[in-house]
Design a protein around this ligand. Structure first.
Ligand SMILES: [Zn+2]
Length: 280
């Protein structure tokens, strides 16, 4: 018997939903460490967290996801330096994403003396958790530094055979074609853009990210991801120009977060998205 969650709201307020949310926020706390350390290339150095402003050691009770930031009201306990709203935002997003991913791939069938699991959904769930987590980290690094780190995108492409081997639905042809289509198509668009405007609009980071998305989700994901990623990016870009007047048409907006968002939407609600695209 399957435990069915009719809607996300009822899952969120159930003990299982709260479990995934809280676990997600703790992972989000770790993602914050990745977002901070990977671009500075200090990921493997000094294991404990230090205040970036005054270098004081941060005790663990100030590292509780969401709670600490709210209690401290966004100010460091050591020196009063303001803590970026990115920290609670990433933790909140991770919590919500973990619940949503479980909602899409519920794998706990029930309890009959021991835990009963749906193995196929468990694999889909794990695949989605890893995929979404890596894209979340890439997106926030891209927002801040306008780069998508090779240390994430290239290993993602490299482990595609393992992903295909473990995933119940993905086949190797679809994944291989996905890498080629994602990387190739985007590379072609980047070239075209360069030829037309004589400047690099799309980075090679985006090309590698899209190749990784193609490998992990199959080639069917690529057109939808580019379509929705471009659409979302254009809306946000236009919104920034209209409401803030901050940007000109030449200002660069990182593309990684929009591609990531579109890929995550495809992974979780793929069929509906494709139908919507056809309706456009
Ligand atoms: Zn400090």
């Amino acid at each position: 018997m399957h435990v069915q969650w009719t809607d996300l709201g009822s899952l969120l307020t159930s003990p299982l939903g709260v479990f995934w949310f809280v676990l997600g926020t703790f992972f989000g706390s770790f993602f914050n460490v990745c977002i901070y350390r990977i671009p500075l290339k200090i990921f493997w150095k000094n294991k404990r967290s230090h205040c970036p402003a005054c270098n004081a050691l941060i005790p663990f009770w100030y590292n509780i996801p969401l709670v600490s930031w709210l209690v401290l009201r966004g100010r460091a306990a050591c020196c009063g330096a303001s803590i970026s709203v990115r920290y609670p935002l990433v933790e909140l997003l991770s919590g919500l994403l973990f619940v949503t991913i479980y909602h899409c791939f519920p794998f706990v069938l029930g309890w009959q003396g021991h835990l009963q699991l749906d193995p196929a959904n468990f694999l889909r769930f794990m695949h989605a958790i890893v995929f979404v987590s890596l894209l979340l980290i890439c997106s926030f690094i891209d927002l801040q530094y306008m780069i998508i780190p090779d240390v994430i995108s290239l290993p993602m492409i490299a482990v595609t055979p393992l992903v295909v081997y473990l995933h119940p639905d993905l086949d190797w042809k679809s994944a291989l074609f996905g890498i080629l289509l994602g990387g190739g198509l985007f590379y072609a668009v980047a070239w075209l853009y360069f030829l037309l405007r004589r400047e690099a609009g799309l980075g090679m980071g985006d090309v590698k990210l899209l190749a990784a998305i193609g490998g992990w989700l199959g080639y069917q994901s690529i057109i939808t991801t580019i379509f929705w990623g471009s659409l979302l990016g254009s809306f946000v870009g236009l919104g920034l120009i209209v409401f803030k007047g901050k940007m000109s048409l030449k200002t660069r907006l990182p593309f990684g977060p929009f591609l990531s968002l579109a890929a995550i939407l495809y992974l979780l609600w793929g069929h509906q998205l494709s139908d919507m695209m056809i309706a456009f």
